[in-house]
Write a protein that binds this ligand. Structure first.
Ligand code: PSV
Ligand code: MN
Ligand code: MN
Length: 384
């Protein structure tokens, strides 16, 4: 049992987001930290540090155009030299003035064309980097009742998704991300998993849903969504982060580690703990240092996973079939209440890693080196 759990933990893969390493903030203020990356090459170097000390973060998601470069083959080579690979390509059809009234759902066909061209360009970048995953998030929506026709916007969305789907090559897929609100405040065009699922189901198996844990109404049972999408073969992956209020983009597992455990339990229960599910982080470290913020986040996912792997399936099934509510719940809670940190420390040591990634990174002196070497770091996202 312990050997199985350890083996499962060793094969875990968590993808870090390039934008987590740049400066970020809220709409009130971006706080500049010293030593942050000045370009995508340096973002990959920082992400490689997260992998170096955790051993389970070997790929890095890019966001285009934030990570636009002239030579993507060269960027991929650079990643490989650092011991990481380029992961999901995140499209960005939300930051240009043209997108004020939407991107692929905009009433203006010229804007829709521009947005679609960007999405197709992102598939081209997948070809060049060897990435198999395109992540689609649309800020599209409306602020006022009557502002645009809800049904026509769905038609425009379907048309764009279909064009992107047709452009996907062998071994490529897209993940459609939903979000309840923000920046649209009245109606969002992909507000929930059901809308995302329905669009994907019409297209085919290369269209899957991505669950960003920060994108739901308070109280939403996210693990139910996970279970459902896995049953339907449509769970493509996660954007992990945690939230107290809205889309807070805080470190995963910070606000509600129990929820993360429940999600990981359903992932494992539903056969989703494989390389076909992308376990990505989508976070911003506004006030904490970025590399340790990512290391901590990876560790939080590892801890939730370890606890979920420890759920005694036989005991649980027995209690469930007997209708023993309290015994079944106790099996769950026993696993959750286990301190898995010693187990993870052992797994790391057995893989030749330091048992304490946070301390090992701190001791490495990398933070001081980048402060000394990098002047004028880039802002993640907006305005980058
Ligand atoms: C939108 O809130 C989102 O979660 C999408 O994944 C974007 O690509 C990302 O945030 C940008 O930070
Ligand atoms: Mn996201
Ligand atoms: Mn988000």
């Amino acid at each position: 049992m312990a050997t199985d759990v350890k083996a499962a933990l060793r094969r875990q893969r968590i993808e870090t987001p390039s934008w987590a390493f740049g400066n970020s903030g809220t709409r009130f203020k971006v706080f500049a930290q010293r030593g942050v990356p000045r370009d995508p090459y340096e973002k990959l170097a920082d992400a490689a540090q997260v992998h170096r000390y955790t051993g389970v973060a070997p790929s890095v998601a890019l966001h285009i155009p934030w990570d636009k470069v002239d030579d993507y083959a060269d960027l991929s080579r650079h990643a490989r030299d650092l011991g990481v690979a380029i992961g999901a390509i995140n499209s960005n059809v939300f930051q240009d003035d043209d997108y004020m009234l939407g991107s692929v759902t905009n009433p203006d066909p010229a804007v829709r064309r521009k947005a679609l061209d960007h999405l197709l360009e992102c598939v081209g970048i997948m070809d060049l980097t060897g990435s198999g995953t395109l992540k689609l998030w649309f800020s599209d929506g409306i602020n006022y009742p009557g502002q645009d026709d809800l049904r026509a916007r769905q038609d425009r969305l379907a048309e764009a998704l279909s064009a992107v789907y047709d452009r996907l090559g062998e071994g490529q897929r897209f993940l459609l991300e939903y979000k309840l609100f923000e920046p649209a405040f009245y109606a969002t065009d992909v507000p929930d998993w059901g809308t995302a699922y329905a669009h994907c189901a019409k297209l085919g198996p290369k269209a899957q849903v991505v669950v960003d844990t920060g994108h739901h109404a308070p109280g939403t049972n996210i693990e139910f969504i996970v279970a459902f999408l896995l049953r339907e073969g449509r769970l493509g992956g996660f954007d992990f982060n945690s939230r107290f209020y809205a889309d807070d983009d805080l470190m995963v597992g910070a606000a509600d580690p129990f929820q993360l455990f429940r999600i990981m339990y359903e992932v494992i229960r539903g056969g989703g703990y494989t390389e076909h599910t992308a376990f990505m982080l989508d976070q911003c470290h506004n006030i904490e240092p970025k590399i340790p913020g990512q290391i901590r986040s990876v560790m939080n996912v590892q801890e939730a996973t370890a606890k979920a792997l420890l759920v005694d399936g036989d005991a649980l099934a027995a209690a469930q079939s007997e209708g023993d509510v309290l015994a079944a719940n106790a099996v769950f809670m026993d696993a959750y209440d286990t301190d898995v940190r010693p187990l993870l420390a052992e797994v790391r040591e057995e893989s030749g890693l330091d048992p304490d990634p946070m301390a090992a990174y701190k001791r490495s002196g990398y933070a001081g080196t980048i402060v000394a070497e990098r002047v004028g770091g880039a802002q993640a996202g907006w305005g980058a």
